[in-house]
Design a protein around this ligand. Structure first.
Ligand code: GLU
Length: 506
């Protein structure tokens, strides 16, 4: 356990897949906690039963595990402040809501949904607040006797925050500096619902207090909720313990117009979720970065750079380096445009940077997923080393390396047949004989012999090199031809030339 008092929380609601903005929030919380030697808490905010989605909590945990940002405390890890799932803390919240009522900062409201609807129709842009609360059925407009009667009769009611009139709520945001809200713009938020469940607003404040949270990094979309939370911290008598706020800049669509939404993924053709998310009800799968072939190292790296900059030209950061370099002062106030091409660039850089050994299991999974059996791990390592600089996504390893494990099933015949001649057939026939006699099978020697045969036969290297490549890999791609030949070995190379000659001359 850490000695530092710094405690941060990532507090997702299990309502579906995890948007990359959510992972970035988790990441920034994590970076700050680790830098300060503090504790990173995962709290599952599942009080809104209507939005609860089966499997979403496990999915969130899996995403965090994939990214390597494991919580120190949380529903699965446990901890001193358990339970970490708000639905399991239901009994805790009422006491605080009642305390607010007792001190005149909250009140009971008995309005039925129909009454509220009628009011909304009557008043344009209706807000349940000081302008209208006296016109509704609540413990401010009703007499004490009436209220007691309704409570005794068990009439369903909620508890609402009594937002004061004509006040300014100020706080210092670590990213935005001084932020001011006018209370006249804030409505009397429901704190406790008729079923006894707290709303997000009450639960977030009570839990941040009870879990001794010191710093709260969350998305800018929560900024409008901040005045409600700050009033609650004050009215509950906890102002001195309030966490320091940091509202992270929005992640914007690639064109910079508006927040990147879940639907933008399908629109622009890139993932917005960390991992594939399968909706249990519709059966629909929303694609994720992981399945598309992103490395967690790259995913974390580009998320870290979305809205934060190191103040230098360095772009490639491991999680450990991000922990070291992270600084709140370098978080931008303005939104960060999401650039998928840049995300892919990070991935390609990370594929280059990681060793073949550390890519091995992931590449093996990509190949095996496509039905390619890998019997020889040593060969796989050499193949990865040979092709990794040509791969942007992990899934590219399939096309870039399948031919090392399987003889090509098809050839790009259009690229060879129109220019094929009998002398080329003879050339490859002789090449087979030469190669068959070679005592050592090594790329440089293989290339020397090939070029020597070109000179002897009067072929331009280009005229026979492309067909040779196509014989080995099936198409016009792949690394240096003689690196491929070296890895394939003598027997397989000869088999491939012979087999291709049949196809080329048919
Ligand atoms: N439960 C909120 C969410 O889903 C948490 C917001 C906060 O961090 O206060 O993002």
């Amino acid at each position: 356990m850490s000695n530092s008092k710094v405690r941060v929380r990532f507090a997702p609601s299990p309502t579906g897949g995890l948007h990359l903005g959510g992972v970035r929030t988790a990441l920034f919380n994590y970076l700050f906690a680790k830098q300060q030697g503090g504790t990173f808490v995962l709290r599952v905010e599942d009080t809104d039963q209507t939005r609860f989605v089966e499997g979403a909590e496990q999915y969130i945990l899996d995403c965090l595990a994939w990214c390597g940002i494991t919580p120190d405390e949380g529903p699965h890890t446990g901890g001193q402040y358990a339970p970490y799932r708000q639905s399991e803390r239901k009994a805790i919240y009422r006491e605080y809501a009642e305390k607010l009522v007792a001190h005149g900062h909250a009140y009971y409201a008995f309005d039925t949904p129909e009454e509220l609807d009628a009011k909304r129709k009557e008043v344009p842009n209706f807000q349940y607040g000081h302008f209208h609360r006296s016109e509704l059925r609540n413990s401010i407009s009703l007499t004490t006797g009436q209220v007691e009667h309704l409570l005794d009769a068990g009439v369903p009611h909620v508890i609402r925050l009594k937002v004061p009139e004509d006040e300014s709520v100020r706080f210092n945001d670590m990213i935005r500096g001084d932020v001011v809200f006018e209370t006249n713009q804030v409505d009397d938020k429901v704190l406790l619902k008729a079923d006894g469940m707290p709303t997000y607003h009450l639960a977030v404040v009570v839990d941040d207090y009870l879990m001794k949270i010191t710093h709260a990094f969350r998305g800018e979309e929560w900024l409008p909720s901040a005045p409600v939370h700050i009033l609650l911290w004050k009215y509950l008598g906890w102002a001195a313990d309030m966490p320091q706020w940091a509202h992270l800049p929005l992640i914007l669509k690639p064109d910079g117009h508006g927040k990147l939404s879940k639907r933008d993924g399908a629109k622009f053709g890139f993932p917005v979720y960390a991992m594939d998310w399968k909706d249990q009800v519709t059966g629909e799968t929303t694609p994720g970065f992981r399945e598309m072939g992103f490395l967690p190292e790259a995913f974390i790296n580009f998320l870290g750079m979305l809205g934060w900059n190191p103040g230098t030209d360095q772009e490639i950061f491991s999680l450990t380096e991000l922990v070291e370099k992270f600084s709140i002062e370098r978080i931008n106030k303005s939104g960060a445009k999401f650039d998928f091409e840049k995300a892919k660039w990070y991935n390609a850089e990370w594929i280059k940077k990681l060793s073949a050994e550390s890519l091995k299991l992931k590449v093996k999974a990509v190949l095996e997923d496509k039905g390619v059996a890998i019997a020889d791990d040593e060969l796989l390592l050499k193949v990865i080393e040979t092709v990794k600089d040509r791969c942007t996504l992990l899934t590219d390893f399939y096309q870039q390396s399948v031919y090392f494990f399987e003889t090509p099933k098809e050839y790009d015949l259009n690229a060879v047949k129109p220019k094929w001649t009998d002398t080329k057939t003879d050339f490859f026939g002789t090449l087979i004989t030469r190669y068959a006699e070679l005592p050592n099978w090594e790329a440089t020697q293989l290339e020397i012999d090939f070029k020597y045969l070109c000179e002897e036969t009067g072929f331009k290297i280009g005229d026979v090199m492309l067909p040779f490549r196509i014989m080995l890999v099936g198409g016009k791609f792949g690394p240096h031809v003689f690196d491929i030949v070296a890895l394939l070995g003598k027997e397989e190379t000869i088999i491939r030339i012979e087999k291709a000659l049949v196809a080329f001359t048919a």
